[in-house]
Design a protein around this ligand. Structure first.
Ligand code: AMP
Ligand code: MG
Length: 490
């Protein structure tokens, strides 16, 4: 494959993952595509990565984003991992993605650069190694929206169309997403090492993870326990943030849980409209395993699988190791709940802590559920005291709750103004609503009109601005008989 000057574009790769034992990856080149064209490029992200946006949009730049050329310094690999998919353990790996390398930014940060949809790999099983334009643009929109909402996430640098068709249920335009991540170390990577590696492989992986994500951890005998603790903390913070904005991941398999604490793998995810803990969007999640309200216990279940992989490193005595792991895992529920509760207080403009707050919050959520109130818009209306346009606001239950909330806010020293400021900074003006996402994708994919998508991305980039232009995005879709469904066949 042709090598071009990566320096002109600003690529500055190191390849620490590729130097891990062979068990963890497989050297694989992308499969070139017929006619790569840039569909969308994230200019501000490119700049923050130290990339030259003009060079990136040149023929060579786009060829690199499509996998038709390998930038100098990159060492493409497919990563090996395993995972519990809907509770069942399976051997997996990057079946349609390749890690080019780790970009070192001008600020000295390190990010994985991954091509998703870049062709078959040794882990493709029966898959074609390819991705479809609509779902890749969807990942772009939602991951960038999550980032702007202040939620740790992988990000999207670009989507390139391939000029090739991909066959799913119908013929679809093919595309490649260039994904940026703190790393692609997954719970499933540890499961892979524990099942198919030696204890030395496992230790190498754990040491690598510590060095990459938790460099401040002291080199003491309990460092692997600290690793477990730190991953639990990051995940509990992440899941609390998801719950607070009504994000439903949709496929929280252990291979889709990053140890860095970033949201990863945007497949059948979607944001909840009406508040209901049982909300599920994914067409394949027939038992609601990954329903909104199940996300915290599922995260805990996934972390228990993570802890199991670390047992041989935690203590030479199996029983002692299990006890250490269990004690540490027990922290998840509490850390999660504290973060969620603190976030909910802020959403209601409450600064200090009172024991009765939990009851106040629970009562609001109960009546939101009863009256099928839109989650995002309820908090938005409370923020601006615009309490007309929802059934919920006309009920006596709400009036009673509202009185309790007012007196609660009056009991804190902060002014009403600062309470409202707090609410504005915690309750988004907009989220990537399902019908809006579908509409902009339709325009882009079916009519090659990217302007609605661009406008939507601009509005989503600043979700706490509460600007006039954002108001249109708070409008709910007309009620339909058919619930919104998301699909995995991407
Ligand atoms: P996901 O549901 O996206 O987390 O993917 C689960 C597994 O299936 C991962 O190992 C993916 O790499 C693999 N996979 C998904 N789509 C394809 C495809 N089109 N070709 C090959 N492998 C795929
Ligand atoms: Mg995945």
């Amino acid at each position: 494959m042709i090598q071009v000057k990566a320096t002109e574009i600003g690529w500055n790769f190191v390849n620490s993952y590729a130097r891990l034992p062979q068990l963890f990856h497989s050297n694989t080149n992308p499969t070139p595509v017929i006619s790569p064209k840039l569909a969308i490029l994230n200019l501000s992200l490119a700049v923050s990565l130290g990339l030259n946006v003009e060079a990136l949009q040149s023929k060579d730049g786009i060829a690199m984003l499509a996998g038709n050329q390998i930038p100098q310094g990159a060492m493409p690999i497919a990563q090996a991992y395993a995972g519990h998919q809907f509770g069942y353990f399976t051997k997996l790996g990057d079946g349609r993605a390749l890690l080019l390398g780790e970009q070192i930014t001008p600020q000295g940060e390190r990010f994985d650069i991954q091509l998703k949809g870049s062709g078959e790999t040794p882990y493709s099983r029966r898959g074609d190694g390819r991705a479809v334009l609509g779902p890749m643009l969807r990942e772009y929109i939602i991951s960038e929206a999550m980032h702007s909402l202040g939620i740790p996430t992988t990000r999207s640098l670009a989507v390139v169309t391939t000029g090739e068709s991909v066959f799913r249920e119908t013929e679809q335009p093919g595309a490649i997403l260039v994904r940026i991540a703190a790393s692609h170390l997954r719970v499933g990577t540890f499961q892979y090492a524990a099942k198919w590696g030696t204890i030395d492989d496992l230790r190498v992986l754990a040491d690598y993870t510590l060095q990459r994500h938790f460099p401040d951890v002291e080199d003491d005998e309990n460092r692997y326990l600290t690793l477990l603790q730190q991953v639990i903390i990051r995940q509990s913070i992440l899941i609390a943030k998801w719950q607070l904005v009504g994000f439903i991941h949709g496929v929280m398999n252990t291979d889709n849980m990053a140890v860095s604490g970033e949201t990863i793998d945007y497949g059948p995810c979607a944001f909840m409209d009406a508040y209901n803990p049982a909300t599920v969007f994914s067409s394949i999640d027939v038992h609601g395993r990954y329903a909104y309200g199940n996300q915290p216990p599922i995260a805990e279940w996934n972390l228990a699988r993570f802890a199991e992989t670390l047992l041989p490193l935690l203590h030479p005595d199996q029983k002692q190791a299990e006890r250490l792991a269990q004690d540490t895992l027990a922290d998840f529920a509490e850390i999660y709940y504290c973060n969620w509760l603190a976030g909910m207080r802020s959403k209601l403009g409450i600064f200090n802590v009172e024991e009765q707050d939990e009851v106040l919050i629970k009562r609001l959520l109960d009546i939101m559920e009863k009256y099928k109130a839109d989650y995002t818009n309820t908090f938005r209306s409370l923020t601006f005291n615009t309490l007309e346009d929802m059934t919920l606001f006309g009920t006596s239950e709400f009036s009673q709750w509202y009185q309790l909330w007012q007196t609660r806010r009056e009991r804190q020293p902060e002014s009403k103004d600062s309470s409202q400021q707090l609410m504005k900074s915690c309750n988004p003006a907009l989220i990537p609503r399902n019908h809006r996402v579908e509409a902009v994708l339709d325009a882009a994919v079916k009519r090659q009109d990217y302007s609605p998508l661009e406008r939507f991305l601009t509005a989503l980039a600043n979700p706490y601005a509460h600007s006039l232009e954002q108001a249109e995005y708070a409008v709910l879709p007309e009620p339909t008989m058919r619930p919104y469904r998301t699909f995995c066949g991407t």
